[in-house]
Design a protein around this ligand. Structure first.
Ligand code: ADP
Ligand code: MG
Length: 567
């Protein structure tokens, strides 16, 4: 038997990195800005524990395009590197300085928000650049260093005269990647990945009205007065919001802050959200975020992919499938968690223990929030019911835990616009809406106008009629019938209504027995009895002297055929 090491030489690895490190070349910018952010946060940490002589100040990161020189610059004012550190951190592919830093400052830096951990991010620069330079000055007294590499395993390292602390990365953009010299493209990327990163990012300058300017009136030689009301000044164009709402404590935020943040997330969305849910947990996993309930329609095809996933304020994806339960993907907002493994497949994600916990935590938080909204302002909750019911009903169908919680606040509206919880409904009708087997029968309509006559009949008998019109209601009914004991739902225009035994029945037909028999025979002759049932009753409204019903079982059969079978 022989043992040995597989020899991985950088020579063969480089082209591989270039081609396959990330399928998306554009993420090089996210990686480099993440490194610049890490360098700044590390310095912040070191100054805070007295391990740096440097002043932290107000560091920013700058991204600059040099179109003529075909260069892209990423400049930070972070802790920088000495020549030795460049050797150690840059020349060793797949050695993560971020991980090393977190190891070293385990106790104090675990909440510092440092991003890197694979030790590969920097090399993603070679996906778009034919040559990369690093000019860096450490926060220590060490002299500045200048590293250059053209993508081959050879590099040069020399001294530099850079005097201000921090690192400048210069990418010499390759011929096939000139899109990254376009201002619009870089702006798009910064807004996509870095919009909420924790260090201010400058991209160009902009003109604004000087807020400190006081209007000046001047008189010219003809005595004509002109008043200067504004003065334009040039300021840094900061592209990001380093302190997004989700990183703050719920107690620090007002209703308006949540609304403003929603507008920041979805600038093109003019409708206000109905309410929000602030997520904030640090044990047994780390997760923050804000979810919003937008106004929902009854259309099940509403746009998903609206929740954005971040890690330490770096945008990762807007596909949260597998992380958030399916029924909540209809919501909007952000989730930020360093604990979600991202370099694995979605099917693996769904089986991952930590991710499962995250998913059930989110479900619980949403249920708790709905319950507290219901408890604290029921009237308002009822008003919003139409806009949120689709999510709640969908959740009740798909997540058992949610069903149990939602039972306390899921509403069942009547045709008269009253709203009952299941328990309230049960208490209301238990005395009069049972059949001969003592089974509770819940009557419902799906269309107030089309079923008007039936609704009126049922009401005249003192029955409650629900108005259930959401697209998944037949599934919800099935679910309730199997979950709750001894109940069944019956459409108001079905035959079931005949079987109800009203314990305090006082209705008397206006027709005499003889009249009834005559009418009955007449109708039976004209209407096919295998399809419909004829019912003669004393109607409240004189407009409907009798009603024709379709047996409940037939109606269901037909419905099942239409939806392609039962189940
Ligand atoms: P990771 O970020 O996962 O540690 P990278 O390949 O992105 O790996 O970076 C490797 C290391 O190089 C970093 O951990 C850090 O020590 C160093 N480094 C990269 N960019 C900078 C920078 N702008 N300022 C200071 N150090 C940097
Ligand atoms: Mg990195």
């Amino acid at each position: 038997m022989t043992k040995g090491n597989i020899n991985v030489s950088v020579e063969n690895i480089f082209p591989l990195i270039k081609k396959f490190l990330y399928s998306d070349h554009e993420i090089f910018l996210r990686e480099l800005i993440s490194n610049a952010t890490d360098a700044t946060l590390k310095l912040k940490h070191l100054t805070s524990i007295g391990e740096s002589k440097s002043e932290y100040g107000n560091p920013i990161i700058e991204v600059k395009i040099d179109k003529e020189g075909k260069k892209l610059h990423i400049i930070d004012q972070g802790l920088g590197m000495t020549a030795e550190e460049v050797e150690k951190y840059i020349n060793q592919v797949a050695f993560s300085g971020a991980e090393e830093f977190l190891d070293k400052y385990k106790d104090s830096a675990k909440d510092s928000g440092i991003i890197g951990h694979f030790g590969l991010g920097f090399y993603s620069a070679f996906m778009v650049a034919e040559k990369v330079e690093i000019i860096t000055k450490s926060h220590t007294d060490a002299p500045a260093a200048h590293w250059t590499c053209d993508g081959s395993p050879e590099f040069t390292l020399e001294s530099s005269d850079k005097t201000d602390r921090g690192t400048e990365i210069i990418l010499h953009i390759a011929e096939d990647s000139t899109e990254f010299l376009e201002e619009a493209r870089i702006r798009e990327l910064l807004l996509k990945y870095n919009k909420f990163m924790p260090v201010p990012i400058k991209f160009g300058t902009k003109e604004i009205n000087d807020p400190n300017f006081t209007p000046e009136t001047t008189t010219d030689k003809d005595g004509k007065e002109t008043t200067e009301r504004h003065k334009q000044i040039t300021v840094d164009n900061i592209i990001n919001n380093p302190n997004p709402a989700w990183t703050k404590q719920p107690t620090e935020l007002e209703d308006d802050d949540y609304k403003n943040f929603y507008r920041e997330l979805y600038p093109m969305q003019f409708e206000e959200p109905l309410f929000n849910i602030h997520l904030n947990v640090d044990y047994p996993f780390n997760l923050t975020g804000i979810l919003y309930f937008p106004k929902m329609t009854n259309d099940l095809n509403i746009q998903k992919d609206k929740i954005q996933l971040y890690q330490n304020q770096v945008f990762v994806t807007d596909n949260v499938e597998g992380i958030v339960p399916e029924f909540l993907t209809m919501l909007r907002g952000v989730i930020d968690s360093p604990d979600i493994p991202l370099n694995v497949s979605r099917s693996y994600l769904q089986a991952d223990g930590a991710v499962k916990k995250i998913s059930s935590y989110i479900t619980r938080k949403v249920a708790d929030k709905l319950k507290s909204l219901f408890n604290s302002n029921r009237e308002d909750f009822e008003k919003k019911w139409d806009d949120i019911k689709i999510v709640i009903e969908y959740g009740m169908l798909s997540e058992e835990k949610f069903f149990e919680k939602a039972d306390a606040f899921a509403l069942y509206p009547t045709v008269d616009g009253e709203f009952y919880t299941y328990e309230e409904l049960f208490n209301k009708i238990k005395a009069k809406q049972t059949d001969k087997d003592d089974k509770l029968v819940i009557l419902y309509a799906s269309d107030k106008d089309a079923q008007h006559a039936y609704i009126e009949t049922a009401k005249s008998k003192g029955y409650e009629v629900l108005l259930l019109d959401s697209p998944i209601v037949s599934h919800l009914i099935q679910k309730l019938e199997t979950t709750k004991e001894n109940i069944s739902f019956a459409r108001v225009d079905g035959d079931h209504i005949d079987n109800l035994i009203k314990k305090d029945d006082t209705t008397i037909s206006k027709l005499s027995e003889e009249e009834k028999t005559t009418l009955d025979t007449l109708l039976k002759e004209t209407i096919p009895s295998e399809k419909f049932m004829v019912q003669l009753e004393a109607m409240d409204s004189d407009a409907s002297p009798f009603i024709i019903t379709q047996p409940e079982f037939m109606r269901r059969m037909k419905e099942m055929q239409q939806t392609g079978g039962g189940g």
